[in-house]
Write a new protein. Structure first.
Length: 258
């Protein structure tokens, strides 16, 4: 948590939006929305600090807040899951405190209405299983428990593309009022999703190199038939059965990178 403010990056476009909101008489709405975003990201920051994850940057823009980490890919899945849900939990705690203050007549009803409106909007939006939202990170953890890393990454992309399609079709079927803000947010998500899909080969090679440089410490061992590195799972040690002989993971990775 020390000097965390130095890692905060605020987009100039967000400042422009604040100015427009102020001139349009919507400053209270914008301030409430942004406060919930900050509380949400604080949940991630606190949990990341507890597990000593290195935060590279905390970005705030017109599409919300996002945290970039300077960490290895194969971190403990339990830690990744708790960090992923901590934003939603912190946001819920904030809402319950505000609701308590409202019931005690300390918080104004108009303010509470805004908090309720933006709390549920941000909460449900972040639950969408679309990269890079929290919902996709939660699903990623569960996928990596059961299937290899590279396959889990591809399935996560398929799920994300499918959800984008479902949301888009729902807008047309139910004739939702499509605003520019929605278009910008989903354009941002699609851009991130496409970038992640293109980056999967690089991420997989980085994952393998990390496993080679820092072998995983795990009691779980899995036997893989053949020389197929794409079957390597996170947080699991592997033994490869090739032509009747057993080779450990470190040996095959050394052959690849040495």
């Amino acid at each position: 948590m020390k000097n965390i403010y130095k890692k905060i990056d605020v987009s100039p476009y967000l400042l422009v939006v604040f100015f427009i909101a102020f001139t349009a008489g919507l400053f209270k709405d914008m301030l409430t929305f942004f406060s919930i975003i900050v509380v949400h990201e604080m949940g991630h920051v606190i949990t990341s600090s507890l597990y000593k994850w290195k935060i590279k940057k905390i970005s705030f823009g017109i599409c919300g807040g996002f945290i970039t980490y300077d960490e290895m890919i194969d971190k403990p899945l339990k830690e990744e899951f708790l960090i992923s849900i901590s934003g939603l939990l912190m946001q819920t705690l904030f809402y319950l405190i505000c609701f308590f203050l409202y019931k005690k007549n300390i918080l104004d009803e108009g303010v509470m209405v805004l908090i309720q409106k933006y709390h549920f909007s941000v909460f449900l939006f972040n639950l969408l299983p679309i990269i890079p939202l929290d919902g996709s990170k939660i699903i990623s953890v569960f996928l990596n428990v059961f299937i290899p890393y590279k396959k889990a990454s591809k399935i996560l992309c398929y799920v994300s593309f499918f959800m984008v399609l479902i949301v888009t079709l729902s807008c047309f079927i139910y004739d939702f009022k499509i605003e520019y803000s929605y278009v910008m947010i989903f354009a941002f998500l699609i851009k991130k999703l496409i970038a992640y899909w293109k980056d999967i080969p690089h991420l997989f090679n980085r994952f393998l190199f990390e496993r080679y440089a820092c072998p995983v410490k795990s009691k779980k061992t899995k036997i893989i038939n053949g020389n197929n590195l794409e079957k390597i799972k996170r947080r699991v040690r592997h033994v490869f059965l090739i032509k009747g002989k057993y080779y450990n993971e470190s040996y095959l990775l050394s052959k690849k990178f040495d």
